[in-house]
Design a protein around this ligand. Structure first.
Ligand code: S3P
Length: 427
């Protein structure tokens, strides 16, 4: 599709769509809890709809009246074998987390997805879950989907030092640990998003977190709750950056979830000299806020270490931000970007360089030389929603030429109304 270019200013307010990570988990917790769960502000993007459909395939009754989603929980033991293989689409969160849930069933499930899912590494989940007693494998002796998950009702607890910083892996182990007999201990490599831990507590379960060490006893029974999903800071990120780099802009973003394990991008914006104000609106348990950004003079910084998991999904749009900052920005310790929906290190460098940026890909990140003027080009999302949205924001800077985006349909994975919301800000 032809992207909007050359915006002279973005002004207005946006209600950010609901959080993808929390929406997935609200269906999962609703299904494995006993009793009814209601979900307000569920994200109806392709990925979360894959999770919803997957649990319907496992025999869970889930209704959507267009406003509230109602999940009639079956408890872990009430899940039923799916008639056919379950299709997770493009969703890494669905396939990895559901593996931990299926680990404790007494049946076998096949999981498959699209061509991107077929390349995502799964040993990170399969190895610990098999150590707990399930029998999971990829196809043809590989770790890659389609996966076969053979559960057991004799899951053993685990002590696991995580080799990667991954909330998906941690969550899969937690779901299995909730069904195991005894205490499991997980030690994180770096602290990652903690929505699963929060929701275990919210659904009446017990979990102890001390720094990077998590302790959880099994088996536990959870009970259905009312969930209200806040806005997704990972979706807000595109407008935060747009407001900072497009001349003459001021954008207000309402109801953005501010869980501290997700707010690395706000720290980066402040360190780069961005004009950002945060007005907290949520309560202590569910931090949320109204964020306002204005066009800013920015400078390059180094981004590495413990902050990386707190902004992992925002790195493509942060790379664009850095192309508009004076000086060099260095992103390190972000090798996980290579195994996301696409290789995001290569995708960001290749596509933004086509538009005139100066970005060097490295083994574990990017070196971005700013400030550069971007021009028209034909670019691709590689089927990755976040690369697609980042390229649309980049196109807004283009004064010379037009930008054609291939595979733009991927954006509906996390933000079906992205183009509509953006167009509300045009002057
Ligand atoms: C997610 C965890 C992250 C993130 C993904 C969502 C989650 O993945 O990139 O978009 O909801 O747990 P990893 O666990 O692979 O880092």
């Amino acid at each position: 599709m032809k992207l909007a270019v050359n915006q002279m200013g973005l002004k207005g307010e946006i209600n950010i769509p609901s959080d993808k990570s929390i929406s997935h988990r609200s269906i999962m917790f609703g299904a494995i809890a006993n009793g009814t769960t209601t979900i307000k502000n569920f994200l109806r993007g392709d990925d979360c709809l894959s999770t919803l459909k997957a649990f319907q395939d496992l025999g869970v009754k889930i209704e959507d009246d267009g406003d509230i989603i109602t999940v009639h929980g079956t408890g872990f033991s009430g899940l039923k074998a799916a008639e056919n293989a379950i299709n997770v689409g493009n969703s890494g969160t669905t396939i990895r987390l559901i593996t931990g849930i299926l680990a404790g069933t007494t049946f076998t499930t096949e999981l498959f997805g699209d061509s991107s899912i077929a390349k995502r590494p799964m040993n990170r989940v399969l190895l610990p879950i098999n150590q707990m007693g399930a029998e999971c494998s990829g196809h043809d002796d590989t770790e890659f989907p389609p996966l076969t998950i053979k559960g057991t009702n004799h899951l053993q607890p685990i002590r696991y030092e995580m080799p990667v910083a991954s909330a998906q892996v941690k969550s899969a182990i937690l779901f299995a640990a909730l069904q195991a007999n005894g205490e499991s201990v997980i030690i994180e490599k770096e602290k990652t998003r903690d929505h699963t831990e929060d929701m275990i507590r919210q659904f009446g379960g017990e979990i102890t977190v001390s720094g990077k060490e998590i302790r959880i006893n099994g088996p536990q029974q959870l009970s259905g709750q009312a969930v209200n999903v806040p806005g997704d800071i990972s979706s807000a990120a595109f407008f935060l950056v747009a407001g900072l780099i497009i001349e003459n802009s001021r954008i207000v973003l309402n109801n953005v979830g501010l869980n501290p394990t997700r707010t690395g991008i706000l720290d980066v914006i402040e360190q780069m000299g961005g004009n950002l104000t945060i007005e907290e609106t949520g309560d202590k348990e569910n931090k949320a806020g109204k964020l306002t950004v204005e066009t800013s003079a920015l400078h390059g910084i180094e981004i590495s270490g413990e902050i990386i998991p707190r902004l992992i999904d925002e790195l493509p749009i942060i790379a664009l931000l850095a192309t508009q900052a004076q000086g060099t920005t260095v992103i390190r310790n972000a090798e996980e970007l290579k195994v996301k929906e696409t290789n995001r290190i290569d995708a960001v460098a290749t596509e933004l360089n086509k538009m005139g940026a100066s970005i060097e890909p490295t083994e574990d990140g990017l070196i971005i030389h700013g400030k550069t003027t971007l021009h028209g080009a034909t670019v691709t999302s590689y089927g990755d929603h976040r690369i697609g949205m980042m390229l649309q924001i980049a196109a807004l800077l283009v004064k010379d030429g037009s930008v054609e985006l291939e595979k733009s349909e991927a954006i509906s994975v996390s933000y079906p109304t992205f183009f509509e919301d953006l167009s509300k800000l045009y002057q």
